[in-house]
Design a protein around this ligand. Structure first.
Ligand code: A2P
Length: 271
């Protein structure tokens, strides 16, 4: 495992190579970047693709990343943590504009509107980089057509880790396509667990004790609501339990339901 970045091969020799157009470091552990979009790539908001870099042995190192750009964007965006010893992110965090990143144009995933039955409110519950698929969903006009209210909840340890979400809200409100809908229908609720902030505590605790709903001035989760969950295994399980307690059933692409869940692809697990 190397800490030094070996530049990717040029586009013409790198299969599925896309060019980095911007990189932003949010904290020493979080960064986002944008790449050119493969011509053949069509995706549904909330889906993920395999992206990566060429490995030393010639075999690419690929990991699943949710697409954090809207479906209509000319570029793709990804939001990632930096794992110091991670085979991919230890190198990916050093990418620069003009470098090449492998993007396999085969999107998939369950955090899609199609996997949910029609409903009134859509709750998007994320921790950490789990907000990435929702960056796509909240900039899709179909989301606003399908729901009266969209509530994006984001829990991180610190305020700095919430920055990407705050900027996402700003970008969404300023968006010519969905900005007006978002101003009317989108609520952003950000909480921290290890630092003081406007809303403190794990989203799960704030849902269970009612603080979340009271803060937003909305009614508690019910069977008319739909939920998308994206975070760690533990968060996913806890929110699933909350959904089940509210009488909601899990959905999938083949059998739409009342909530859907996907692990945030933040680690360096082999997939
Ligand atoms: P906490 O600080 O109480 O562990 P991480 O940085 O470990 O990936 O976690 C991201 C955020 O998700 C943290 O704020 C963390 O809170 C929170 N979190 C972790 N597990 C759960 C869970 N089971 N339910 C709700 N929030 C969780």
């Amino acid at each position: 495992m190397s800490d030094t970045f070996s530049p990717a091969k040029p586009a013409e020799t790198l299969p599925f190579g896309e060019t980095v157009t911007s990189v932003e470091h949010w904290t020493d552990q979080l960064f986002s970047f944008r790449v050119t979009r493969p011509n053949s790539l069509r995706f549904r908001s909330g889906e993920f693709v395999m992206i990566g870099l060429p490995g030393d042995t010639g075999k690419p190192i690929l990991r699943a990343y949710s697409i954090a750009a809207p479906i209509w964007d000319e570029e793709l965006e990804f939001y990632s943590i930096k794992v110091p010893d991670g085979p991919l992110t230890s190198r990916l965090q050093n990418i620069q504009i003009g470098d090449q990143v492998i993007v396999r144009p085969k999107p998939t995933g369950t955090l899609v509107l199609d996997a949910l039955l029609p409903g009134k409110r859509l709750f998007l519950i994320a921790t950490g980089t789990g907000i990435a698929p929702f960056a796509s969903i909240i900039r899709d006009p179909d989301t606003y057509a399908a729901y009266d209210e969209i509530i994006l909840a984001h829990t991180c340890r610190t305020n700095a880790e919430l920055s990407y979400g705050y900027q996402l809200r700003k970008r969404t409100l300023a968006d010519p396509l969905v900005g007006e809908d978002a101003a009317n229908k989108l609520k952003h609720y950000a909480t921290t667990t290890r630092e003081a902030s406007v809303h403190e505590g794990r989203i799960t605790d704030l849902m269970r004790d009612g603080t979340f709903y009271a803060d937003l001035g909305i009614g508690p989760l019910g069977t008319e609501d739909r939920v998308m969950i994206c975070g760690s295994m533990a968060l996913n399980q806890d929110v699933k339990d909350i959904c089940a307690a509210a009488g909601l059933d899990e959905g999938s692409n083949s059998r739409p339901g009342q909530f859907v869940v996907e692990k945030a692809f933040v680690g360096e697990e082999l997939v």
